[in-house]
Design a protein. Structure first.
Length: 234
């Protein structure tokens, strides 16, 4: 099984790679560096740091998926992975979250009645649902909580914004900036998608002193140590 893992930045990429041992970098069109495990492994995780935000994530994911398809070795799964903000108290610092729904939270329009998603305007989609059996298997293997993960282009920085998102998306566990972009590219290629987040900070007022990036990256490595078991689960 071939798996493409897409992160935003190199630190997240390296945390994923640490779960599978040595990787070698290969250049993709557009100057992307794809990190591939040294030697034969199954499942094989190729890891790409595509950049921050949904547009960069979609572009990088599409490039990697296209290159793999043209080579005759397409991917079987695309995973958006990294650290992110957790909605308290359901997703505390250091915990893992797997998306049962990947939702773009700020694609739409402001109206006199509040925010209207792009679907209310007659366009596009606002959510992708990963395979439920795979979500359950990963949650069981890793200890992750399963629930909606929101994709935003602007990270939440106030209690008011956090409350608004929570009210519009009941049950949301986390927010990040890339999942929906990865999911859109994967859907265009007919490739299943998953999103995995390790919680580094609380969604709400920005308090950098309270962030726990190191422990979140360690949790991310653990998550990808558990992923092979989830993929092989009956």
């Amino acid at each position: 099984m071939r798996v493409l893992v897409v992160t935003a930045v190199a630190a997240e990429r390296d945390a994923v790679c640490a779960a599978g041992g040595p990787h070698e970098a290969y250049e993709l069109p557009g100057g992307y560096a794809l990190h591939r495990p040294s030697g034969a492994r199954s499942p094989a995780f190729d890891v790409l740091a595509a950049g921050v935000g949904p547009a960069a994530a979609a572009a990088g994911t599409a490039t990697a998926l296209t290159a793999a398809a043209l080579s005759g070795a397409p991917y079987d799964l695309a995973v958006s992975a990294g650290i992110g903000g957790g909605f308290a108290p359901a997703a505390p610092l250091g915990s893992l979250v797997v998306a049962d729904e990947i939702v773009v939270a700020d694609l739409g329009a402001e109206t006199p009645d509040g925010f209207a998603p792009v679907t209310a305007l007659g366009f596009g989609t606002v959510a992708h649902r990963p395979d439920a059996a795979l979500v359950r298997a990963f949650a069981a293997a890793s200890g992750a909580a399963a629930g909606p993960v929101l994709t935003v282009s602007t990270v939440t920085g106030s209690a008011e914004r956090a409350a608004e998102l929570a009210a519009r998306h009941p049950g949301a566990l986390a927010e990040a900036m890339e999942g929906f972009g990865v999911a859109e590219a994967a859907a265009a290629h007919g490739v299943p998608v998953l999103e995995v987040r390790a919680v580094s900070n609380a969604v709400g007022p920005r308090d950098r002193d309270a962030w726990r990036i190191g422990p979140a990256l360690t949790a991310l490595t653990g998550a990808f140590g558990a992923l092979p078991g989830a993929l092989s689960a009956p």
